[in-house]
Design a protein around this ligand. Structure first.
Ligand code: ZN
Ligand code: ZN
Length: 428
């Protein structure tokens, strides 16, 4: 039989890539704590209707990229393509606006999009995101952006920059939509087929089109903000400057999702090319109400953890996963004692590994060398008789490499701890 393989567009992630992802997640959690965000875990599967209503039925995500299917109860359900709809649903479902706590959430989880597989893009990928609900003020927009930039800085990524824009409120947008629609109709012959079919329903989407978006955003009429929206945007910019955040205004930044109002932003890296943001987000003041909740302003973003991992993998050095000690059993009579030593080390906080105590000494030594451990502890007939254990240095400074000495078993923990402290200092 042919061996099983991953589905097209899916992948296994192995160490060291998994270590880099864990590093990013842990760094993010440290920053979330500084900014007082609480973790929320939402289901991977929701009613398809949730995404249609929130992400938007004319978005690429919902129209082309959703993993939707009918379950045994004939309900149409979908794997989540992004986190915000689920968090918004949870907020409404559990009436979190009445909890008295701040409504600042972070999530870390896998998302699914049935995109055409291409280099560096997968159908299952990780998002790290935040949602700040209940604060209409520009300080909330600014906080989420400042947090994002602090997180990225802490991960050690280089050459990234923030772009921001304001899409205005419903009022500014209605006016603009009419103006834009007229322009698009007059220029319909220059639009791609996709855009021609949907401009009536959502003319803004054309600006975000991968085919005609970039030329349209230069030539088409620009959105004019109403006074309130303009003040809000000015305040966001002022607060970002106070926080010493570098950003650019990008008037053609529209974001591909329906729920955004006012501030939208993206963080890009020159290393990823123009289409690829590391993180993106914005304000979505109308979403919670449109999902049956109370009128609740909100702002948030999501970061592509896999993309960030790709960017930092060459410029960070993570602590190695190698065990400190490799335990070797030199003959069958020492099997039990060797196994006890192994457990004892681990119970005392020392990382230790072994291969197979029944294999030859040579073979176990080979595994010890490959393991990256600092020292090997060897138990054999003679050691057993003396109630001692042999220590072999595996990666000591050249002249001492291979040096072997015996230590009594009752001093083993103390001695190995001392040795590891010294050795780790030498090798760092
Ligand atoms: Zn407005
Ligand atoms: Zn188009």
């Amino acid at each position: 039989m042919d061996p099983f393989r991953t589905l097209r567009g899916f992948r296994d992630i192995l160490s060291p890539e998994t270590d880099i992802l864990s590093y990013i997640e842990n760094t993010a959690k440290e920053i979330f704590k500084l900014y007082a965000y609480n973790e929320i875990r939402i289901p991977s599967v929701e009613m398809t209707e949730l995404f249609v209503k929130s992400t938007g039925d004319t978005t690429d995500i919902v129209e082309k990229e959703m993993y939707s299917f009918n379950d045994a109860g004939k309900r149409n359900i979908s794997l989540r393509p992004e986190g915000t709809p689920g968090v918004a649903r949870a907020f409404v479902q559990h009436k979190l606006n009445l909890s008295g706590k701040n409504s600042k959430f972070f999530y870390i989880g896998n998302m699914f999009r049935a995109e055409r597989p291409q280099a560096g893009r997968f159908r299952e990928f990780e998002h790290i995101g935040i949602e700040y609900l209940g604060n209409p003020s520009a300080s909330a927009d600014a906080e989420t952006i400042i947090l994002l930039m602090a997180l990225l800085k802490k991960t050690g990524v280089k050459d990234y920059f923030a772009e921001i824009n304001s899409l205005g409120c419903g009022d500014c947008r209605e006016k603009y939509k009419k103006e834009l629609l007229e322009y698009l109709k007059n220029n319909a012959s220059r639009l791609c087929e996709w855009c021609q079919n949907r401009i009536e329903k959502n003319p803004l989407r054309a600006l975000d089109c991968k085919i005609d978006g970039s030329k349209l955003s230069i030539e088409a009429p620009k959105l004019k903000l109403c006074e309130d929206c303009s003040l809000h945007f000015e305040k966001v910019k002022e607060l970002l400057k106070i926080a010493e955040i570098d950003f650019k205004i990008n008037k053609s930044l529209v974001r591909g999702l329906d729920y955004y109002t006012r501030t939208v932003f993206e963080v890009k890296s020159s290393a990823l090319g123009s289409q690829n943001a590391i993180a993106a987000g914005g304000r979505y003041d109308k979403l919670i109400k449109s999902m049956g909740g109370q009128d609740t302003p909100a702002v948030g973003w999501a970061l592509g953890a896999d993309r960030l991992a790709m960017l930092i993998k060459d410029n960070i050095s993570l602590k190695s996963n190698a065990p400190d000690i490799f335990v070797i059993c030199a003959d069958k009579s020492s099997f039990t004692e060797s196994f006890k030593i192994l457990n004892n080390l681990r119970n005392n906080g020392i990382s230790a590994d072994f291969s197979n105590f029944e294999l030859s000494l040579r073979s176990q030594m080979r595994s010890a060398d490959k393991s990256g451990a600092t020292i090997a502890l060897i138990m054999g007939e003679e050691e057993l008789k003396n109630s001692s254990c042999s220590i072999k240095f595996l990666k000591h400074a050249e002249d001492d490499k291979g040096k072997q000495e015996q230590i009594p078993l009752n001093e083993l923990l103390e001695k190995t701890k001392n040795i590891l402290n010294t050795e780790n200092r030498i090798n760092d």
